[in-house]
Design a protein around this ligand. Structure first.
Ligand SMILES: NC(=O)c1ccc[n+]([C@@H]2O[C@H](COP(=O)([O-])OP(=O)(O)OC[C@H]3O[C@@H](n4cnc5c(N)ncnc54)[C@H](OP(=O)(O)O)[C@@H]3O)[C@@H](O)[C@H]2O)c1
Length: 290
C-alpha cells in the first residue's frame, strides 16, 4: 500500500507517518516545503498520475481557531482550496483521499451526539473553512473519506494537555471551563482508526474519529492533574462567559460513531481510558521521574 501524507510535519501527520513506517507500508511524507497544497499544478504533478499513491491523507490545515477569525481568507485557502486541489489530483489518479475535519463544523448547541449527516452550521471562521473543505472534497468526484476529529492531543506540538501541565507546574493552579463538553482524542488513536478504515475498504463517506464518552475541559484537566500526581483541587472551575476568547467555542461537541459501527470498525474507546494510555508519552516532560 502506497500512502502520501500532506502536512506530514504537524501533530497528527508525524504520528501517522511513524505508524505507517512501523507497519512496513510505503509512505511519502510531505509538508509545505515539499508540497504546498495550495499549489494546484504541483499537487497535480505529484499526485495526479495513476499509481502515484493509493491513499492520500491530508493532515495539512489552518488549525488556529482564533486567528482564523481575522484571517478567514487565508484559512479558507488552506482548509478548503487545498483539499479541493488534493481531491482533483486524487480523482485524476484514482487514489483515495482522507480529509481530516472537525467538530467545529457543527453549531455546538445540541443535546445529543452529532450524527455524521447532521446539518453543518459552524459558529465561526475555522468551522466555516473546514466545512467548505468537506464540501469541496464531496463535490470533487474523488473516492474520499472525511474523518472528523476533535479535541486532538499528541506528543508533538503544544496541545491542550501540555499547556495545562505547564500552567499547573508553573502556577500550581488553573481555572478551566466547565461549560464546554467534548471528546478528548489521542492522535495515535486517530491514526489507528484511519488505518483501520483503509484496511476495511470503508465506503466513501463521512466518519467520526473521536474518543467515546464525553467530558468538559475542566474534567479533562482534572485527569491531566491526576496523571501528574497533582491534587485535583489545583484545577478550579470557570465558564466561557468569564473566559472570553476571540472565536466562539461550541458548548456541546460530542460526535456519534454510527457510521463506523455500520461498517464494523470499532470506534475509539472511552476518552478517560485512552488518556490513561496516552498520558505517559504526552506528559513525559512534566511527570516527576524517580
Ligand atoms: N488540533 C486539534 O485539536 C484538532 C481538532 C479537530 C480537528 N483537527 C484537524 O486535524 C488535522 C490535523 O491537525 P494538527 O493539529 O495535526 O495540525 P498542525 O499540527 O497544525 O499541522 C498542520 C501541518 O500542515 C502544514 N501546512 C501549513 N500550510 C501548508 C500548505 N500550504 N501545504 C502543506 N502543508 C501545510 C503545517 O506546517 P506549518 O506548521 O509550517 O504551518 C503543519 O505541519 C487538521 O485537519 C485539523 O483541522 C485538529
Amino acid at each position: 500500500m502506497k500512502w502520501t501524507v500532506t502536512g506530514a510535519a504537524g501533530m497528527l501527520g508525524q504520528d501517522l507517518v511513524a505508524a505507517l513506517k512501523a507497519r512496513g507500508d510505503d509512505v511519502v511524507a510531505l509538508d509545505v516545503a515539499e508540497l504546498d497544497i495550495l499549489d494546484s499544478s504541483a499537487v497535480m504533478e505529484a499526485l495526479g498520475t495513476p499509481g502515484a499513491s493509493d491513499v492520500v491523507v491530508n493532515c495539512a490545515a489552518w488549525t488556529q481557531v482564533d486567528s482564523a477569525e481575522e484571517k478567514e481568507d487565508a484559512a479558507f485557502r488552506l482548509n478548503a482550496v487545498g483539499p479541493q486541489n488534493l481531491a482533483a489530483a486524487c480523482r485524476a489518479s484514482g487514489a483515495r483521499l482522507v480529509q481530516i475535519s472537525t467538530d467545529y463544523v457543527f453549531p455546538g448547541n445540541g443535546t445529543k451526539p452529532y450524527g455524521e449527516d447532521d446539518l453543518l452550521d459552524p459558529l465561526g471562521a475555522y468551522g466555516r473553512t473546514k466545512a467548505a473543505g468537506e464540501w469541496a472534497v464531496r463535490a470533487s468526484g474523488a473516492d474520499y473519506l472525511i474523518v472528523r476529529t476533535a479535541w486532538l492531543y499528541g506528543e508533538h506540538g503544544t496541545p491542550f494537555p501540555k499547556v495545562m501541565a505547564k500552567l499547573l507546574t508553573e502556577r500550581g493552579h488553573v481555572d478551566v471551563v466547565t461549560d464546554q463538553v467534548g471528546q478528548p482524542t489521542w492522535t495515535k488513536d486517530l491514526v489507528a482508526l484511519i488505518i483501520a478504515l483503509i484496511d476495511a475498504q470503508a465506503p466513501s463517506g463521512t466518519y467520526h474519529g473521536t474518543s467515546s464518552g464525553q467530558g468538559s475541559w475542566y474534567e479533562f484537566t482534572q485527569e491531566i492533574a491526576a496523571s501528574m500526581g497533582v491534587a485535583k483541587e489545583a484545577v478550579g472551575e470557570t465558564t466561557s462567559e468569564a473566559f472570553v476568547r476571540p472565536a466562539p467555542r461550541p458548548a456541546y461537541s460530542v460526535l456519534a460513531h454510527d457510521a463506523l459501527r455500520k461498517i464494523g470498525v470499532e470506534p475509539i474507546g472511552d476518552w478517560r481510558q485512552r488518556w490513561q494510555a496516552a498520558a505517559p508519552a504526552i506528559l513525559a516532560d512534566f511527570v516527576a521521574k524517580d
